[in-house]
Design a protein around this ligand. Sequence first.
Ligand code: AMP
Length: 416
Amino acid sequence: MTFPVTDHESTAAPVEPHRVLVLNSGSSSVKYQLLDMRDRSRLASGLVERIGEETSRLVHTPLTGGAEPRERTGRIADHTAALEAAAEELAADGLGLDSPELAAIGHRVVHGGLRFSAPTVITDEVLKEIERLVPVAPLHNPANITGIRTAQALRPDLPQVAVFDTAFHTTMPEAAARYAIDVETADAHRIRRYGFHGTSHAYVSRKTAELLGRAPEEVNIIVLHLGNGASASAVAGGRCVDTSMGLTPLEGLVMGTRSGDIDPAVTFHLKRVAGMSADDIDVLLNKRSGLVGLCGDNDMRVIRRRIDEGDERAALAFDIYIHRLKKYIGAYTAVLGRVDAVAFTAGVGENAAPVREAAIAGLEQLGMAVDASLNAVRSEEPRLISPEYARVAVAVVPTDEELEIADQTFALVGRP
Ligand code: AMP
């Protein structure tokens, strides 16, 4: 008996598209990474900054073959020129965006409102909805939209996927998501707590469960994303039940340049007694507050150095930062009822051992402790820093928002 030879046995199968380009478009910058989703490895990454200025700069880093980073300086007029320059650099590495191996482009989109609770293939209608959310994300969504339009123009045939910073938080119960203000006013202007950094909170909470050797559904985790922007979240069985950022990223923890929680009356007090406009107050609270407002520096390395040299303003800024962090750990312990792990992530959380030590110090009653020698270990890997006797695992779990965006994008459009 003979079997017919099928087509795919007789001819070489075409290469399935397997690369994903991740784009994070800011108002004057574009960050990009190209990944090979067969093994989730990184092929190249880059950053274009100061777009529109005379001093624009592109740094492109090939991540295979040991090639050195390449830099371009001089004016890059707009996002289109920035993406074209990035595409040229990728093409020079044999990774051109015109390649049939490119499966999709995944975009970080900051605000997805209540509508988007999952990654979404971008259609005209989806883009319109992202535009409708500009009033609640005036700094971020316009830049994201520009990035999407530019990428669409470059590869109109390719699926483009939006991965929203707010999506992971759409599971928050109303009790956590609503502000206690007049309901009609709130609803008319879509005022509620949306939360941000969701891609990071989702990735880190899953990785933390993995580190514990448990399924995400079984564990309750407090994630502390401490970068220049900072937010905490309470994740119960893999679902977010509370987070510290609100309508905008201003609420919650003390950050590099943002105040975090503040009595809202401070804003109208400033208007009345200091004659400041809404825009002045916006700049004060978002750009001139937090660590930079308290001590003039927002880099935790510099602040620690100043403290070591006896600088009192830096020491007070650190204490205020830690005090707020502790309050959120306590609050989220109460929200969750039972905590299995606290995970530190992002620039400060991953690197600043003194912050981790100070934030957990004195929380033995909550079952939390940090082992000094484990806390001093520097590593790129997820790791535990709590002593064995501690009831709650304390962990350092490096975040990887680009990988999470690539995974979510490929899961949506990649072939099985
Ligand atoms: P991110 O927004 O996640 O990139 O975090 C940036 C912040 O991380 C910087 O502003 C620093 O405060 C902090 N950071 C980065 N590296 C270190 C380090 N080695 N030690 C302490 N803090 C660091």
